[in-house]
Design a protein around this ligand. Sequence first.
Ligand code: C2E
Ligand code: MG
Ligand code: MG
Ligand code: MG
Length: 279
Amino acid sequence: YNAKRAGGGHVVYQHDDDRESRTRLELTSALRRDVGTTAMTLHYQPKLDLRTGNIRGYEALVRWQHAERGLLMPDVFLPIAEQNGLMPDLTHNVLSQAVRQCAEWHAAGRNVSVAVNASATDLRFERFPHEIATLLEEHGLPARALTIEITETMMLTDWATTDRVLDRLTSMGVGVSIDDYGTHHSTLSYLRRLHTARELKLDRSFIADLLTAPRSATIVRSTIELAHALGITVVAEGVEDAAQLERLREWGCDQAQGYHIGRPAPPGALEAAAQFAKS
Ligand code: C2E
Ligand code: MG
Ligand code: MG
Ligand code: MG
């Protein structure tokens, strides 16, 4: 026991703080080691086309297969990656795996697209579009098969660079999607500014009470109309039951994602599910 710990009620907190910062240090050095390797693994969640009933594509969601701690979710390690300058390496790894996987689907005759989540850091790198172009070429995947998902909070700084990067991606043919739409302030001015976006993903908080809260219902319905008037495709996130899906279809929502349609899973499991559906 050191002097700090000698005094009463603070002992427990002090102890927890120590343990927490040790854990964080450990995770940071492990992440530094693993960030460019296949310990970073991708699960894919389907995007369902509500008009045709076909799977249009998959969103790649990163997980970390940690040697001792098992499979870790992005909320645990993305902040560590961001704070330690590891994001460019992580994104490159994710992009490379996702593009390779999608090229494999194409080679197997499945004309699906893949979506990758970008971080704020990525959009401030002028060479980001070039990095993507190189990967697409390397794997022979057409640019239109790739979508980059961005969130509003990424736009708050260095708009000029971000704008150039997004313009460049768009002119290459890569899709730009606005993730978690509606959860941040100034959503409308963001939508006005982001003239390159071709898809909007309605945050799952609006979908969750779609059937029970008239205000959410009105917001969802009018956001679909607004997006369509701007020529933007709408994807509903977090669809968890058939009734939500049916209502969204009635309202002209273009695509949907969520546990009701399919949970994020490794590519092998997706193929098994597709086989199962066919038989
Ligand atoms: P996101 O891009 O909005 O992804 C959707 C999240 O909601 C995923 O969580 C997904 O598993 C979860 N989800 C999907 N359907 C449902 C549903 O029906 N109900 C509920 N309750 N949840 C659902 P996940 O995989 O934990 O990812 C969390 C966030 O981490 C993502 O949110 C994204 O912002 C970020 N992320 C994931 N992978 C990457 C990556 O490779 N790079 C970067 N920069 N960020 C990533
Ligand atoms: Mg996303
Ligand atoms: Mg989202
Ligand atoms: Mg999110």
